[in-house]
Design a protein around this ligand. Structure first.
Ligand code: PEP
Length: 242
């Protein structure tokens, strides 16, 4: 099974002035092409409108988080089924900002991934070590534990995507070196069942200037892009690097 490259944008808690024109701009820049998948994860308030506009151009939409349940008394939460009904195909789970800001554990991330799949979404399961963990040489152990704890055992290789995002490289302008990225992606591929078939994205200060070098690494199947995805021209340049 070929691993189609996936370039995913994560707008986080940013509403863009022209959130829908963004998709027209991406398409006009030529991001949509055979052999790569383009995904944008806007804030939940924009998912439905974005999905309608993005679908015109063949661009996929995802959520940034979901609840473990399908519905119920969970004020402020959004279920995977609701994202799916709004037109999403993917959802990010276990982003380090959710793990950090909301104390999300591997077990919770695993339950969210399972709920996402049950609703027909593909979860993008985020893992990655902190700077102190890397400096202590613990990165493989930390990531291995996150993979084991966050990926449901019943999942097949096409049921999910992994995003390796070293916490120290997110939003800092500090990118991991090509050697570090290559080593960790190879490690992740060898750690998950049927790893040869699993798509593994890199995330952490990916920009137009460094995208081509990162995306050329053989175990890197795409990117999860935060800050640079807010500008359609920059995101298009990254997407066209693969
Ligand atoms: C992210 O939010 O997943 C991310 C990688 O952010 P940035 O590209 O801004 O580092």
């Amino acid at each position: 099974m070929p691993r189609t490259p996936l370039i995913a944008g994560n707008w986080k808690m940013h509403g863009l002035k022209d959130a829908l024109g963004y998709f027209d701009a991406l398409a006009a820049a030529g991001v949509v092409a055979d052999g790569r998948e383009i995904l944008v994860c806007p804030p939940a308030t924009l998912v439905a409108a974005a999905a309608a506009r993005a679908a015109i151009h063949g661009i996929a939409i995802g959520g940034q988080d979901c609840h473990t349940g399908t519905s119920g008394a969970h004020t402020g939460d959004i279920s995977a089924a609701m994202l799916r009904d709004a037109g999403a195909n993917y959802v990010i789970v276990g982003h380090s900002e959710r793990r950090g800001d909301h104390g999300e554990t591997d077990a919770l991330v695993c339950a969210k991934a399972r709920a996402a799949r049950a609703a027909g979404l593909t979860p993008i399961i985020c893992v990655g070590e902190t700077l102190s963990e890397r400096e202590a040489g613990q990165e493989n152990g930390i990531v291995a534990g996150q993979l084991t704890g966050s990926i449901p055992g019943v999942f097949g290789p096409a049921d999910f995507v992994v995003a390796y995002e070293p916490v120290w490289a997110i939003g800092t302008g500090r990118t991991a070196s090509s050697d570090d990225i290559a080593a960790m992606h190879a490690f992740i591929r060898s750690s998950v069942p049927d790893g040869e078939q699993v798509r593994i994205l890199y995330g952490g200060s990916v920009k137009p200037e460094n995208a081509a070098a990162i995306l050329a690494l053989s175990d890197v199947d795409g990117a999860l892009v935060g800050g640079a995805s807010l500008d359609p021209a920059s995101f298009a340049d990254i997407a066209k690097s693969v």
